[in-house]
Design a protein around this ligand. Structure first.
Ligand code: FAD
Length: 412
């Protein structure tokens, strides 16, 4: 923990300097120093683009999608991630993120086993713990990365540009359409099914099913408040509730100014037809069947899911990579360390990776220093990210595994 605190302090100081215009950055006046090609415009890639443009670099982002299907779900912005976003000028409460205020746990039968306010513990952190809507967060990151306003040059974002190959020595990528982009540095922020990962030593490992999948959906909180069977569960703002069965659980928390409730229902992989894609359509009847032994009042909550927007997603794990870098290529976020979601830190760690990279690349970094500076980035991040990944695995253990969870709250 001390090591983690030290790392965060060093990053915070460096980010503070960035925000204050140290390192010679002076808005549009300063010529860009490195040309950086980012593969993937997800949470990690966009945060990296923002932090690196603020450092004075020229950033090009290549994204395979047309942004039509961004996952409609909530995301925790714990203080570690939220603090970085704030230093980059992003305040998620402006787009409806609400504070996390309370944990409540129930048995599957509906008996409350504990309910703990987080108001006092939140005081020890420098930045608020927020519950954000993923789509709003993504839109904000995209806007800040590419806006003509703000520090540095706007990042150029090319949608519908699927990267199929990377040359780490020459920092060149090739898209499916045969277009080549050459840079001084390539960042592989292309998520759990990364293609850039194949280009780091030991990167041919494949993500595998962890044994669990998750149904996910959002409903209006008002709908649950208006139903006498379910209103008792949704009285308080900023509350995260978990109903624990032996090998399955239901997780619910509010977002979007507490107007929406986000559900992530984790269950044995064999009981639903999930894929590793976050947007696989799910079946409402099937979800109710999976949770049939739970409290009928909770089933009434689940029954409010809109069948059209109900998704199911296989929770993937992956062996730890021996390295995240190769010459002038570095991985970040899920490409480097795909997280199980049980502590809500996958996005947070991608944000931390992005900020750390920018700290390692101040303006005017000579191209010749790129490989050595990537080694520094890896040194800063590797142990911390892998440790959080391990905590997430522990928090995901089934109740029947009898793993003591008191100090490792599951949060997703
Ligand atoms: C429902 C849900 C809830 C979650 N809740 C939380 C939470 O509470 N807290 C938290 O911290 N994390 C949470 N996560 C996890 C978090 O969203 C991920 O860990 C995070 O998005 C990882 O960011 P990333 O940028 O590495 O990858 P992604 O966000 O997956 O972005 C990768 C991007 O790369 C693009 N791409 C992929 N391949 C290519 C290619 N070949 N060429 C070009 N582009 C490519 C993809 O289209 C995508 O846009 C949640 C995830 C889901 C699905």
């Amino acid at each position: 923990l001390n090591q983690a605190r030290k790392t965060i302090t060093v990053m915070a100081e460096a980010l503070g300097e960035m925000a204050n215009g140290a390192n010679g950055i002076n808005g549009h006046m300063k010529p860009a120093s490195l040309r950086i090609v980012v593969v993937g415009a997800g949470i990690g890639g966009l945060t990296a683009a923002i932090a690196l443009r603020q450092q004075g670099h020229e950033v090009v982002i290549l994204e395979q999608s047309s942004f039509a299907t961004e996952a409609g779900a909530a995301i925790h912005l714990a203080p570690n991630a939220n603090g970085i976003l704030r230093r980059l000028g992003i305040f998620a409460e402006e787009t409806g993120a609400n504070p996390m205020q309370r944990f409540t746990e129930y048995t599957a039968a509906g008996t409350e086993t504990r309910s703990i306010s987080t108001e006092a513990s939140n005081e020890m952190w420098q930045h608020p713990w927020l519950l954000a809507h993923r789509v709003h967060l993504h839109e904000t990151l995209r806007k800040v990365a590419t806006s003509p306003d703000g520090k540095g040059l706007p990042a150029q974002l090319h949608a519908s540009s699927k990267v199929i190959d990377v040359d780490p020595i020459n920092a060149t990528i090739t898209t499916e359409d045969g277009v080549r982009y050459n840079g001084d540095l390539v960042l592989g922020a292309d998520g759990v099914h990364s293609v850039t990962r194949l280009k780091v030593p030991g990167g041919s490992v494949k993500p595998f099913g962890s044994g669990k999948s998750a149904f996910r959906f959002l409903i209006k909180r008002k709908v649950a408040q208006d139903d006498p069977r379910t209103s008792k569960f949704v009285q308080r703002t900023g509350e995260l509730a978990i109903w624990y069965g032996a090998d399955r659980r239901i997780v619910m928390y509010s977002t979007s100014n507490n107007e929406l409730l986000n559900f992530v229902n984790i269950h044995p992989e064999s009981e639903s037809e999930a894929s590793g894609d976050w947007n696989t359509q799910a079946n409402l009847e099937k979800m109710l069947e999976v949770y049939k032994d739970f409290d009928p009042a909770v089933l009434a909550l689940l029954g409010k899911a809109d069948p059209e927007s109900l998704k199911v997603w296989k929770l993937l794990d992956m062996p730890i990579l021996p390295t995240w870098i190769n010459e002038r290529l570095a991985l970040l976020g899920d490409a480097a360390h795909p997280f199980l979601p049980h502590q809500g830190q996958g996005g947070g760690c991608a944000i931390e990776d992005a900020a750390s990279l920018a700290v390692c690349f101040p303006a005017d970094t000579p191209v010749s220093e790129v490989p050595a500076r990537l080694k520094l980035y890896e040194k800063i991040r590797y142990e911390r990210a892998n440790r959080i990944q391990e905590y997430s695995r522990i928090a995901g253990h089934d109740l029947r595994d009898n793993v003591k969870l008191d100090s490792t709250f599951a949060t997703i």
